[in-house]
Design a protein around this ligand. Structure first.
Ligand SMILES: [Zn+2]
Length: 419
């Protein structure tokens, strides 16, 4: 069989593996929160709070969708015309057009150009966040964060680009197989190291101070059978008023993180409720699920790019001879951008299912639906979340169930538990 035949076979296997993983690992069977409860919950939220949150969300929309449209157009313009290939050549010219310069500098130039063209929309977002009092770090802090994130992306991007184009040179017929394995490996590696190498670039993490709350949280984790070494507090207040918590990392790098803003804004019982949700993610190995599906998706993308990349009309549009050369990188970015947009609703749907399971875990672990509901109300209030967002936006991008869905889930739990 030819390499191409093997690639088709591998693609089929990866699609199947991704389907099986999402069927087995994602909690599909959970019934949705009753809409009647959602409507009742919405009716009990302060009318002016809901109106204010909706005004804020509308103010963000032009920037968010502007960035999306411009990002897509730039990717298509660079990838489906010879412009992108020329940009890659230009970036490599000071180094005599050496392939490593084209691969790394050319690749980074393409990404940077797209970033710079969508920068006005990022600034728009920051101005809205400031106007509504959510952002606390001012324009200088915003700029520093932006430069830091460019630097982090440049380091990770340079490693990926150099690795990828080394493989395409060494194995011109089989690069897709090594590339797929490498991409999957990179996803797993990043899951491990992001909490210890990247997150500290943006925030300081300190162990939660000793006291009744920490004792209560550690006891709850022990009761839940989830070994947690520590609860870390992130100094999120340096840039935002928003409250949040999350789990990240795998194995030795796994951690539960709460924002310092959460400790400041919420009652200890509410913090317990949030951490119980995060313990649900840890117990159900949601970071592993995300990493596994991410790794399968990355491998699938590489094989699909190889197969699509042998399609003549596409190569002619981009003005390149082969998809495996650095000059074709803009074409890869264009295809990945389109695929990302197509996959977004499916990713959001899976995320919402996983989040709803963590909510159910929090309710069962604390047995305290009243506090859970109070916490959801507070989250929505402080973060200016639309408690019942427009349906299309929810389906397109919501990573979590809506506030009214989460409140309704608490009410349904309370009824079932007879509390
Ligand atoms: Zn969660």
């Amino acid at each position: 069989m030819t390499p191409r035949g093997w690639a088709v076979l591998t693609l089929g296997g990866l699609v199947l593996a991704l389907l099986v993983a999402s069927i087995v690992l994602v909690p599909w069977s959970r019934p949705p929160a009753p809409r009647a409860d959602q409507v009742a919950a919405l009716g009990e939220l302060p009318v002016d709070q809901v109106a204010h949150a909706r005004e804020f969300r509308s103010a963000l929309r032009p920037g968010a969708y502007g960035a999306l449209v411009v990002g897509l157009l730039v990717a298509l313009l660079l990838g489906l015309t010879p412009l992108g290939a020329r940009l890659v050549e230009l970036a490599g010219r000071p180094f005599g057009g050496h392939w490593t310069a084209r691969a790394v500098l050319g690749g980074l130039a393409v990404v940077l150009l797209a970033d710079l063209l969508t920068l006005p929309f990022a600034a728009w977002r920051q101005s809205v966040l400031t106007r509504y009092g959510l952002s606390t770090h001012g324009w200088s802090g915003w700029a520093v964060d932006l430069l830091k994130s460019y630097a982090v992306s440049a380091v990770i991007g340079a490693i990926a680009l150099l690795g990828f184009y080394t493989v395409t040179r060494l194995a011109p017929r089989w690069w897709w197989a090594f590339g797929a394995a490498g991409a999957a490996g990179l996803v797993v590696l990043l899951s491990f190291v992001l909490p210890v190498l990247v997150e500290p670039v943006f925030n300081r993490f300190t162990p939660m101070e000793q006291g009744p709350l920490r004792t209560e949280l550690m006891a709850m984790a022990a009761r839940d059978g989830v070994p947690v070494r520590d609860v870390l507090v992130a100094d999120a207040s340096r840039r935002t008023k928003a409250v949040n918590a999350y789990v990240s990392g795998l194995g030795p790098t796994r951690r539960v993180v709460v924002y310092d803003t959460l400790l400041r804004e919420a009652t200890p019982a509410e913090v317990t409720s949030v951490v119980a949700h995060e313990l649900g993610h840890a117990k159900d190995r949601d970071v592993w699920t995300g990493t596994l599906t991410g790794a399968l998706g990355a491998a699938l993308a590489v094989v699909a790019l190889y197969l699509l990349g042998s399609w003549g009309p596409l190569l002619r549009l981009a003005g390149v001879d082969s998809v495996a050369e650095p000059r074709a990188f803009p074409l890869l970015i264009a295809l990945v951008t389109v695929a990302g947009l197509v996959a977004a609703p499916a990713q959001a749907l899976i995320s919402r299912r996983v989040e709803a399971r963590a909510d159910a875990h929090a309710l069962a672990l604390t047995g305290d639906p009243a506090t859970f509901e109070a916490m959801q109300r507070r989250l929505a209030g402080v973060n200016l979340a639309d408690p019942d967002p427009p349906r299309w936006e929810y389906l397109w991008s919501a990573s979590h169930p809506s506030t009214v869905e989460r409140m309704a889930a608490a009410r349904a739990y309370a009824r079932e538990a007879g509390r």
